[in-house]
Each structure stands twice: as structure tokens, then as C-alpha cells.
Ligand binder design. Sequence first.
Ligand SMILES: *Cc1c(COP(=O)(O)O)cnc(C)c1O
Length: 392
Amino acid sequence: MKNSLKTYLKTAGKDYTSRSVNPPVVRASTILFKTMQELRAHQKKIKSGKNVEHWDYGRQGTQTTVQLQKLLKGMEEAHHVFLTPTGFAAVALSIMSICRPGDQIVISDGVYRPTQKITDDLLKEFNVETVWYNPNSFEDLKNKISKKTKLIYVENPGSNTFEMNDLGKIVSLAKKKNIFTAIDNTWATAYFFKPLKLGFDISITSATKYYSGHSDVMAGTVAVNKKVFKKVWWYNHVSGYRLSSDDAYLIIRGLRTLDIRLERHQENTKKIINFLKKQKKITKILYPYKTSSREFKLLKKYYSGASGLLSLIIKSKSKNSVYKFVNSLELFGIGYSWGGFESLAVYTDPVELGTRRYFKIKKNEHLVRLHVGLEDPNDLIRDIKKSLKFIK
Ligand SMILES: *Cc1c(COP(=O)(O)O)cnc(C)c1O
């Protein structure tokens, strides 16, 4: 990539064959060939692994999904990028591509709750053992590695609780021990951090979040290096995942402004944290912002920026009053997902974090997750200030 990523996001994948600045949305199951010979020659090329440019059936892609794959391939600096219908399917594709009966997966305690279910519940039935490590301690991870470990799976920072891993150390350890590595990079995206460049084998993103940016489409991406390409290609082939062209088009459109949006999310979040940290009712802000903290140092070491998702720990004897705080926010919608243009708030019950071994919400503490959107931060601060009064 010669130009900066900002320019790349505006120029990549322009399709001069259609003469329009945007790629055509091609809806197709059947792909037509002039002769049987042409069909067979095409299939031969698909088998050679260069399947981005060649397809003989709609499940393998269209002109639209290929444009998105190419754009992401450049941004992630990947050997190949697979597209899935949701972010969670991208998680499933990654894990199921690597783990086989008798293997062990060593996984960060702070992962997205459905990811916990694939490993602890589903993989167990297939004789794959899951071992959980403390994301705040590289030593703990090191001690949990065994001869059976096939995959180290990380989500950074952790879902809802924002623990930070020392990613460079994890990659070095895995390389030394010949273990595969995967990371869920949805929070930062490849705009702020490129996992494959650091040495991860698999980089997962829920494109539903910042790539889309408009809360109107779901998709997932799995960027891989050459080492794992064949494994992921094969499982993708037998699992039947595909992304529709209409949805791929919306993700391409979102990516054009990814840089501008993420930088504004970051800026707004900084301003809001500056306000939040002075509020007595908020005992802790879960987000790598304190310059003296381990989390902030790890962020600076590996990331070029931070996004707009954080959690608050609120102290109160009355859960109802914390509900009232959330309910009375006018500019923060109550709802799941994040990464869109809009601000969101959601009270997170401990059960929604899944089983956590290294994080506990204490008595009379409450976790509220905020997504800081693209509204005027002064308006957002005024909204939070007014609503905090309801906490008893
Ligand atoms: C939302 C999310 C997912 C799942 O993405 P969907 O597109 O909602 O299926 C996976 N990982 C993380 C960290 C997420 O926040």
C-alpha cells in the first residue's frame, strides 16, 4: 500500500468495468459459462487457491463480495479475507477451522459470551478441551499451555470489561510452541490495529459494528495468513457461509468513512471520559484511558487509537435507580450492538458476561455499557449529567 490507509479506504476497489464509482450489486446463484471447457478451466483456477477472482456458483461470491474482500485484504495486510453473514459466524468459522477432537483451546476469560458457548458447550461435545486464562496475566496464559494446545484465542480488549492482553508476548509464545493464534479485533478494527502484521494467524471482525457504521447490516470478516488459509478455506467451503451482495455493498460504503468516524468516536469518548472520571457515583471506568495504567500502556504499545465502547461501574444500593439513570438518557438508545453512528447504553447483568473466573461485580456495583456515538459530545455530557442525578 503506497498511500495512507485514509486514502486507501476512499480509493480501493473502484470498479472501472462498470463505469460507476461504486461497485455494482450483483445478485447471483447461477453463474453462466459459454462452454463446458470454459467452466472446467474456471474450476481448475478455483482449486488452485486463487479463488477470489474465480467462482462458479453464488456461494463462492459475486463481483460485489470480491470488491469487499480485496478492500479488506489491503487494510488487514492479509493473505486472504473470508466473509460471513454475521460477526459471530466469523468467530465460529475461525475456531471450527482449527480445532479437532483431542485438541485443547486456550482462551481469554473476557471473550464475547456466545464465543464462550462455542468452546465450553459445543466443542466439549467434540472432545475439544477449553482452558481459560486471565487476560491480565501473561504468566497465567503461559502456565495454561500444554502439549495439546492447538489454538490460543484472544479478544482484545475483553467484551464489556475491557481487559488488555500483552499481544506481542502471546504471538511470540505461540510461534515458539507451534500453536495457532486468533484474535477478535472488533473493538479496534484493522484501522487502529493490524493483528496479522503483529503475527496473529487469524483476525476476526464483526463488520456489523464499525465497518458498517450505520446499524443497518450484519456481516463478519476473517482475515488469515498463508499458514491457516487452507484450513479456513476448507471449513468455510463445508459450512456454507456467504455474505449477500447487498450486505457486502453496505459494508463497502461504510468502510469509505471508517477513518473519519473512528477518529470522531475516539475524540468524543475522550471528552466524555474526562467528564465521567470526576463523577463520584461512578467508581470505575472500564476503558484503557488512565495513562499510568497497564491497560493504557498496552494500548499505546500495539494500537494507534481507541474506539467508542466502554463500561462504567456504578455504586448504588438501588438497582432501580441505575435503571432510571439508563432510562432517562435521551441521546443514548437502550439496545445491543454498537459501532453505529448513534450513542447507546445498556445495563449489563452479571449473567450477560457469561462465566467469568477473573472478573467479579461486587455487591452494590452495577455495570453499564456505553457506546459513544457521533453526536455533539457536549450534548451527550449534558444528557449523562442530568441522568446521573437519578442514581441513589
Ligand atoms: C458483536 C460482536 C460479535 C458478533 O458480531 P455479530 O455481527 O453481532 O454477530 C463478535 N465479537 C464481538 C467482540 C462483538 O462485539
